[in-house]
Every structure is written in structure tokens, then in C-alpha cells.
Write a protein that binds this ligand. Sequence first.
Ligand code: MAV
Length: 355
Amino acid sequence: MLGFGRNERSRETVNKDLNLIWEDIMFNYTLKAMAITATLLSTASVAYADGHAVTMRGASMFDEDHAFTKTLREFERLVAENYDGEVEFDLRLNGELGVESDYVTYLNQGVAVDYTILAPSNMAVFSNSIPLMDMPFLFRDLDHWNAVLASDAFGPLEEELREAAGIVIVGYTGGGVRNLVSAEPITSMEELADHRMRVMGAPIQALTFDALGAAPAAIAYNEVYNAIQTGVIGGFENEAASIQNLKFYEVAPHISLTQHTITVRPIVFSAKIFDALDADLQAAIFAAGAEAGAFGRALESGADGEILKEMEAAGQIVIHEFEGREQMLELVGPVQDAYADELGATVMLQKIRDM
Ligand code: MAV
């Protein structure tokens, strides 16, 4: 794990740190890829189209109660309903097959996991442009988020992802609001200064929180709980559904309402598997992805505030207002502009902002 440091560091130093984070991520991916080969090839996912039932394997980091799992169940139900042939699903829950950063590799290689839901930032290892979809402060509010998702604004990113990662986006869920989650209260820009926090492994995530004065580091999701418990970091940022499902409140009970991200979570398929399916099943998957995505978005965005209240009422979290959100917006604007410029996505970003 790399990346902590003072926010006054020069851009050059930050870039060096990010390169190190990047190397760290790549190294971990290589190790994981080797582990997959060793342990999963014998149980590789199955997608026969030879007259037998097609069986596809999915993965969720959560149990049946989480919006992602419910969305995947709805997706499965709709695929079966839309398809004339026989199709079966084997959805592994509770992180049995790892976390999203593992699933990305599996999908790319066409082993172990055929379909799942992923944070765009967890796909950065294959495509530096895909994390634009979930960079902090991209959306003004839920209406804006809805308008962008109803448009074709992300079309070019989808194409690039298929090309670069071998991952097909078949729908969009999400709708959770990400806030700071920490062991101690973080209620102002002063308290955020030098706050050691975990971010997802996309450079734009680290650059954003660095610009806000925090000390971000990319850490795998399944290491966050322990890292907070042992004091390696002071917290992270996440949405209500996942804080509740994985009981992060046990180690980080303070939620600061920075509301910096409304999540976009593609429902994804391994292209290697998808391309081998018959055309009717592919069509059924696209139709199911669109409908299950709408189901999941309504579910998670509708429940987000309620879940926070539930956790508060149960004495699991303390909710804090955050002073300084306006300042945050000013600080991240130039970071977003520079990122879009680097990707050649300035027009796309402007189109999204103008919606
Ligand atoms: C939440 O559990 C989800 O948004 C999930 O898609 C992310 O991968 C995760 O947070 C995370 O922060 O890595």
C-alpha cells in the first residue's frame, strides 16, 4: 500500500506516488492472476451453447440483502424470462470469489466469473478513461445523474472498455451516495487535511482527494476494515448500502456528509464468454441488463437515506454535516479538467456538465 503524504507535495511528487500505486496494483494483479490459474482453472465458469443448458457464474461481494446482489438476482430472472433456451446461474456471494478488483481480471481472462457489478474505478488497471464515470463530484444531484445515465454520454467509454479490457457493459445500476467514513469525526477541510484514507485504485480518485488536502492511498476493499482497525488509515469513503452490509461502522462509525459521489455501477459481462453465446441469449442479456439496472438504481438510490437513518437509529453510526463542500467543488474542478484533457475527453466531460 502506497500513497500517504502531505498534500502540499508537488504535482510531480503526486504523480510519482501514483506511479508507485499503479505498480503496486499491477504487481498485485499479476500475483492474483497466477493464483487464479492455479486454483480456478479446474472450476472455470461454464458457458456451453451445444444444446445443453448454459450455466453462467456471477459474483457479489455482499450477501442477499445488498442492492447489488438483488440487482444480479433480478438480472438472472430477466435473462431466463427473455430467453427461449435453458440457462442457469451460479451466483457466488459474500466475496467468495474475492473483490471487484479481482473480478476485473477474471472477466478479462474469461475465467471464474462471467458477470458481476463493478465500480468503474476498479477497472482502471485496463482503461484509464473508464473511471471518469465515477469520479467524485461528476454529478450535481440525482436528477443530473439520472439524465446522464439516460443519455448515451458514456458510449465511447463502453467501447474503449470492451476493446481494452474485454468487458461488456450490459446495464447500469448504482445510485448510492458516497460519504467519508472514519474512525474519528471529519467535519471540515481542516480536519480533512492529512487524513489518511483509502481510495479505490484509480489515479483520478487519489488525485481528487489529494487536491482536497487528504492523504489518500489505494487499498484493496477487503483490506479496508483491518486497515482502519489497526490504525493504518483513519477511514475511507463509501455508500450506505455497503457500510451496512459489510459492517464497516464497527471500526468507522463517523459519517461526514460530503456527498461527493453518486455511484455509477455497470453490470458487466466477460467478452470472452459473451461472444461465445448465441445471438438470442446475447439479446436477452442486454435487455435484462437494461431492466435490472433500472431496478437496481431505483432500489439503491431510494434506500440510501433510509439505510443511513437505520444505522443511526441502531446506534451504529454518528452522522456529521461537513463544512466546506463548496471549497471542495472549487478544488476538484481543475483536477477533473486536467484528467479529461489527458484522456482527450474534454468534450465528453463538458457534455455531461451541460446536461
Ligand atoms: C462499494 O462497496 C461499492 O461501490 C463497490 O462497487 C466498490 O468497489 C466499493 O464500494 C469500493 O469502495 O471499492
